[in-house]
Design a protein around this ligand. Structure first.
Ligand SMILES: Cc1ncc(COP(=O)(O)O)c(C=O)c1O
Length: 391
């Protein structure tokens, strides 16, 4: 029997990063010493105190039972306490906080709770690809909002056509930004919230890199007066606590949206393992003694990587945060050509800007999530490359 797959599935292309992983594995199988800076997967191990907390939680039989979808009270309270310390915000742990199986999961599900067929979702270009997933599942339409260098990679709200706005239901954003490394100010968020209220658009701000800032602490959109009427914010333990493999994140903000997302998820999943939830609660409680060293490490890497990249003839955007460097190679060529050139001639795998959207064309994203010695080797290989053969 030939299994016929759904029309919806056919609308999904392979996830960009999975495609890059496959490429990396294939090249390694051919015996090449590939260094991949294609994916933002922190190389720094989870702090050993968080690991110890998880080990002792693992031994508790009570944690072996089903968790609940919204997350356990211990973690929701610690999240609430952390936002109070960090942003001066109070969230009610029971209806303004919900735990996710990684922020990617919540991001993919959110459109299903607010969008009907034909509604429009505004998505930045270049973008983190998962914003599109839920919109496609919900039968929604996508309007790409350019993030351009001349605007500091912030959207120009005035340029979104009125016709699009009349159907727009949701706007995904992420700052500190993947892939550009740009940061947003509280003033930008003030304008955004005012605009969102005027046009009836829900804002989903993705703060996965909120703790990887290199200047002033990255603000939360929810610090804007009245933002809670229109916005939710997604958080992730993946980068902040280098816990990408543990799969846990959370959403805070507008209680109607948080509860609706939870209501949908109750029908789909049962939340992350309680031992992991309690390990993250430990991380949040001891955040100030764990996270600054990680941030300093990424800032040091970004500074020295950018300096050397510039010396190798690249034009880079100094990142205000994130674990990425967004840069243009010495030759003016399509991103994909540059990626294949670096892979073939230098055994380096990077992410093509065009994979993040039309406005990413011409750029390359480097993810600084390999050990320093490997990053130095990347720079040595990049310096040795002769781009004139590609022009
Ligand atoms: C902007 C952005 N949001 C969300 C995620 C997903 O993070 P998580 O590991 O919490 O699912 C990523 C992962 O790379 C990301 O870059």
């Amino acid at each position: 029997m030939k299994i016929e797959l759904s029309d919806k599935l056919k609308t999904f292309k392979p996830f960009l990063f999975e495609e890059l992983y496959r490429k990396e594995r294939a090249e390694r199988a051919r015996g090449k010493d590939i260094i991949s800076l294609a994916v933002g997967d922190p190389d720094i191990p989870t702090d050993r105190r968080i690991v110890s907390a998880a080990v002792s939680e693992l031994r508790k039989a009570a944690n072996h039972r089903y968790p609940n979808t919204k997350g356990n009270e211990n973690l929701r309270r610690e999240i609430s306490a952390w936002h109070r310390r960090r942003h001066g915000l109070s969230f009610h742990p029971s209806d303004e906080v919900s735990i996710l199986i990684g922020s990617k999961e919540g991001i993919a599900h959110l459109p299903l709770v607010v969008m009907n067929e034909g509604d429009c979702c505004l998505i930045p270009d270049p973008t983190y690809p998962t914003y599109r997933t839920g919109v496609v599942l919900a039968g929604g339409r996508i309007h790409d909002v350019p993030l351009e260098e001349k605007n500091g990679f912030l959207p120009d709200l005035g340029r979104i056509p009125a016709k699009v706005l009349s159907r727009a239901k949701l706007f995904f954003l992420n700052y500190p930004n993947n892939p550009t490394g740009a940061c947003a100010t509280l003033d930008f968020y003030r304008d955004l919230v005012k605009w969102a209220k005027k046009h009836g658009v829900i804002i989903a701000q993705d703060a996965a890199y909120c703790d990887m800032y290199f200047g002033e602490p990255a603000p939360s959109i929810l610090q804007v007066d009245g933002a809670r009427d229109v916005a939710v914010e997604f958080y992730s333990a993946s980068k902040t606590y280098c816990m990408a493999g543990w799969r846990i994140g959370w959403v805070v903000g507008n209680s109607r949206l948080v509860c609706a997302l939870n209501q949908l998820k109750e029908n789909i999943d049962s939340g992350p393992f309680n031992a992991i939830q309690n390990a993250v609660a430990y991380g949040l409680k001891h955040h100030e003694s764990i996270v600054p060293a990680v941030r300093a490490h990424f800032k040091r890497r970004a500074d020295s990587f950018c300096r050397a990249l510039g010396a190798a003839g690249w034009r880079f955007i100094p990142p205000g945060g994130s674990c990425f460097v967004w840069a243009k190679p010495p030759a003016d060529v399509p991103s994909m050509d540059a990626v294949y050139f670096m892979l073939e001639k230098a055994s380096l795998l990077t992410a093509p800007g065009s994979g993040f959207g039309r406005y990413g064309e011409g750029y390359i994203r480097f993810s600084l999530t390999e050990p320093d010695s490997r990053l130095n080797e990347v720079l040595r290989r990049l310096k040795a490359l002769d781009w004139s053969s590609l022009k």
